[in-house]
Design a protein around this ligand. Structure first.
Ligand SMILES: C[S@@+](CC[C@H](N)C(=O)[O-])C[C@H]1O[C@@H](n2cnc3c(N)ncnc32)[C@H](O)[C@@H]1O
Length: 184
C-alpha cells in the first residue's frame, strides 16, 4: 500500500484534506436521506461534506468531550450531538452509516459499541468508516482497537471495499489507516 502524503490538521474540521479524503472513500456508497452515527465525532470533520452533497435524514454524533460537542452544536445545530461515552450510548434505532474516525483510546472500550450496533435487530449499518493512526516505526496503542473493530465487521460478513493509508506529516500518530466496509 503506497501512502498518500497530505498536509492536514488532526482534528481538521470543515474542508480539511483528511476529511475530504475520508468522505471520498465512503461517498460511492452513500445516498441522500441516510441516517448516521458518528462515534467519537470530535468536531465531526465529515459532516460538512455530507450535509452539502448528500443531506442526511438524521445525523447523531457522540463524544465524551463536551467542548467538541459544543462546537458541533453551534456549527451544525440541525443535527443531534450528545456528550456521552460510547459504552453508555443505547442503540435503539438503525443507523445506515457508522463513522468512527480518529479512534484514539483504549481507555474507554471503543470497540464495544460496534458489537452492539451489529446486534441490532435489522442487522446493522450499510456503510462503515473506520480510521486510526500509527507511528512511522510501528503501531500505536490504538492499533489493536482498530483491528478489533475491523474484525467485528469482517466476521459478520461485511465487505472490505477499501483500506488505505494517509501520512499526516506533522501529526503525532501520522500514519493514518482507514477502512470502508459495506454490508454484503
Ligand atoms: C482523535 S479524536 C477524533 C475526532 C473525529 N472523529 C475526527 O476524526 O477528527 C477522538 C475523539 O473521540 C472521543 N472519544 C474517544 N473515546 C470515546 C468514547 N468511548 N466515547 C465517546 N467519545 C470518545 C474523544 O473525546 C475525541 O473527541
Amino acid at each position: 500500500m503506497k501512502p498518500t502524503k497530505i498536509p492536514c490538521d488532526y482534528l481538521g474540521r470543515e474542508g480539511s484534506r483528511r476529511a475530504e479524503i475520508l468522505f471520498s472513500a465512503i461517498e460511492p456508497y452513500l445516498k441522500a436521506s441516510m441516517t448516521y452515527l458518528d462515534i467519537g465525532c470530535g468536531t465531526a470533520p465529515l459532516t460538512l461534506f455530507i450535509d452539502e452533497l448528500l443531506p442526511p435524514a438524521r445525523y447523531i454524533g457522540i463524544d465524551l468531550n463536551s467542548e467538541a460537542i459544543g462546537a458541533c452544536k453551534s456549527e451544525y445545530p440541525h443535527h443531534t450531538w450528545l456528550c456521552i461515552r460510547s459504552d453508555a450510548f443505547v442503540i435503539e434505532i438503525h443507523h445506515d452509516v457508522v463513522i468512527h474516525t480518529g479512534i484514539n483510546s483504549r481507555r474507554f472500550n471503543d470497540a464495544e459499541i460496534h458489537g452492539r450496533i451489529l446486534d441490532t435487530p435489522d442487522s446493522g449499518p450499510s456503510v462503515v468508516l473506520l480510521e486510526s493512526g500509527d507511528y512511522h516505526d510501528g503501531p500505536s496503542d490504538t492499533h489493536e482497537i482498530y483491528e478489533e473493530i475491523r474484525e467485528l465487521y469482517r466476521d459478520r460478513g461485511f465487505l472490505l471495499k477499501r483500506e488505505e493509508v494517509l501520512v499526516i506529516s506533522h501529526f503525532p500518530v501520522p500514519v493514518r489507516r482507514y477502512a470502508v466496509f459495506i454490508r454484503s
